[in-house]
Ligand binder design. Sequence first.
Ligand code: HEM
Length: 449
Amino acid sequence: MSKIPVKPASRPEGVGLLGRIRLFRQDMFASQPSKLYHAWMAVTRTPFFSSYLINQPNLVNLVLKDRPEDFPKSPVIHDTLRELLGNSVFVTNGETWKMQRRIIDPAFEGGRIKDAFPAMRAAGLAALDRLGDGGEVEMEFETSYLTADVIFRTLFSIPIGDETAAKVFQAFRDYQRSQPLWNLPGLLQMPRWFPRFRSGKSKEAARKIRGLLQVLVLARQSDIALGAAPDDLATKIMTARDPETGRGFDVEEMIDQVAIFFLAGHETSASALSWALYLLAFDQDVQQQLASEVADLDMKNIQFSQLSKLPFTRAVFRETLRLYPPVPMMVRETMHKEPLRDRIAKKGSMIILSPWHLHRHERLWDRPDEFDPDRWQTENGKACQRKAYIPFSAGPRVCPGAGFGMAEGVLLLAMLVQKYRFEIVKEPVPVAYLTVRAKNGILLRLVPR
Ligand code: HEM
């Protein structure tokens, strides 16, 4: 049984909310008080507002599945992303959000992922070429480049080497690390007129990205009109109509959606893939078991249907999403007064759903801090998968790319581990940017098998 040292001895107790937020950005293990891995609910009161971090499965279900309309997305996190994402499905609520999901969801249904599979495979093969003979590699950059390649190929049928795609990727990198995880004035419920911090750099990057995406969307629009468009995700979404109103996305709305597909689709998968490789490097036995499962596959011709025959690779990816959920926290707010355990949350209170804490909760999971891909076969693992595992969220706002992300993760992991053995060069420190990343990247040694 493998154990990973994910809980350092020092865990600050009695650190205030702002201190904790700052620390969360610094080191996700050292910053989080141990009580958050044990409590069913933790309440933080400030002079301005209260927030409720919820770990109790039936309360998580209440917010995400039973009455999601009473817990809409809070603008707190998304205010800072709005300049990039506009009115995309990630930030909207109510009728607008419902309409957007009715248009988007069919593009991600079962068979559609199969259609996207050859593009994923091509991106994976290109990455193997780039990595060549291996050596010491900063894997976060490589996995970001690779998953961006997957998104460009599946959305627009262009590889990352394409000039516009390469520019978008670079602009996203400039944008990403200039973003605060939290919008502090929003968090403290300052009035909307209170000046929000926006770095000139991040605004400029957002403007540039939207300009580049507009070029791609307009070109695709004219290809569709000419009947010359490839049958990829962009075409599917641009030609889809809301079955209830008959309307589709206009160019501006499509840019909003493409921006979130690109951001949500490549940042999350890159984070998961690089942490998976780190965990495999940490536990060489598990890595060997995965390597044996994939050893005989012909990666140049691997088919979507073969993924279902890789249960161990899938279990490793699933376990990575448990220990390092790319989206560590989600924020909602209460529409009304809400009884939560022995408290009454006022209207407008902040509800924090935290995959990071829920997935390591001591009262739910057996050996919560161990990296153990076999846990999914145990009674406890199965029960927790149902009630305490939300890497893709849950309920109607569940990630529409969940099936896509799982297929991509399993495929790319299989390809990389078939070709290389991974070893740790330096212990990474997890920090929360837009997703869970390592403070100075994830430096691994790749040794060809
Ligand atoms: C391992 C990969 C992925 C993970 C862990 C992940 C996780 C998540 C999570 C937790 C949410 C909910 C966020 C919230 O409610 O605040 C979300 C939403 C979303 N994800 Fe993913 N995601 C992944 C891959 C993808 C991919 C590949 C795409 C698209 C190509 C995608 C598109 C979206 C979109 C559009 C939303 C917004 C949905 C809504 O609010 O209705 N994701 N994702």
